[in-house]
Design a protein around this ligand. Sequence first.
Ligand code: BGC
Length: 423
Amino acid sequence: MKARDFWVVVFLASAGLLPVVQGTGLAQTPSASLDVLHWWTSVGERRAADQLGALLLHAGVQWNDAAIPGGGGMAAVKVLKSRVLMGDPPDVAQLIGSTLTEWADVGLVVPLNAVSVRQRWPQVLFPIVLDLVSYKGNVIAAPLGIHRINTLLYHRGLFARFGLKPPRTWADFETAARKFSAAGIKPLAWSDEPWQIATVFESVLLGEVGPALYQELMVQRKSAAWLDPRVDKALQRLRWLRSFSGNVPSERAWTASARELMDSTAAMVIMGDWASGELMAWGASPNTDFACVAVPGTAHMHLYSVDTLAMLVNGRHHAALQEKMAESLVDMPVQLTYNRIKGSVPVRRDISAVSLNAMDGCARDSWETFADTGASHHPSLAHRMVADEAAKDAVAHALWRYLTDDLDAALTQKRLAVAIRAS
Ligand code: BGC
């Protein structure tokens, strides 16, 4: 156990929290509601969370909302950590990555092994998903949906008006971008918020460096690999992309970029497919108003971020209810309904052809690529699938400096090499 974990344990023990080990809640009288800390606060995210709440209520679990606004969970994760350190963890939290495994190590997470057996998770979940929520022989979170990060959403009407084909290659992208610029339409909606830059960068990186080097950079976190000339190419591409975003880019919410697509003032946006959920919530149709392609260079690749809810140990003895919630989240009808609204896709591989056909184009391509064992699958750094908060933030900061201070690409490669090891 690391020193930091040790002090967490000491603190929690002194707060009277640790004796509440998994399973003891079953003997208590559960109250019917669970506090859920998450960051789904945009219109589309809210709609998906509300729908989830309604479905859970039907199953006898009341969702007590403890949402913390802020795209990408920047604020929510900080609030969650401080609530845990104060000895007041919520019952359920949108949590993944090394924070989750560290907390599981010190007994702060309710294992969901019984649910996993009952609901046959090894048989029905994608192996990558099961692996993400498994740690040292325990299942430590309930998976909810798979987002595809390497998504480029484009405005169908604008592309049709200018006789343009979907931007599947950078050459297609450039042709379209030049036409839109000439007509006074912003080619690419953009934000300089660090996590959004990191989100675009990792998709571009995957396309420029290819699956093998991406794994070395992000998963194996080989510092020296960051000095590869292909990383330089990806950085140049990032700067090039930003040059198509109109005036001086600013740090703004991701919903502002989606709004530009909705209002026909921008033609494209590179964003995880939660942007599709947002556009749908505003009344746009994924089949007629907008469509998705994989970010150029990443066809048949799935850069994923899996949303998961962890059940936390606290003094409220809710284990039975927490297990019930976990089971309901993975139920097929809940999976299909929630993910259709959220813009993500089910974590289950046993969905029927009928359900698959009912998916919109963005979702269907995402699910089929994820399900295809011949495709390549890559975890998102920007969305906590591989590194801890510190490494993720350090990478995002280095990229942000590169763009906003116009730093040299070679210097940025060195900074990234250091950042990736920040944890
Ligand atoms: C989450 C999504 C969320 C997005 C924007 C991502 O990290 O996985 O569920 O919609 O951030 O807030």
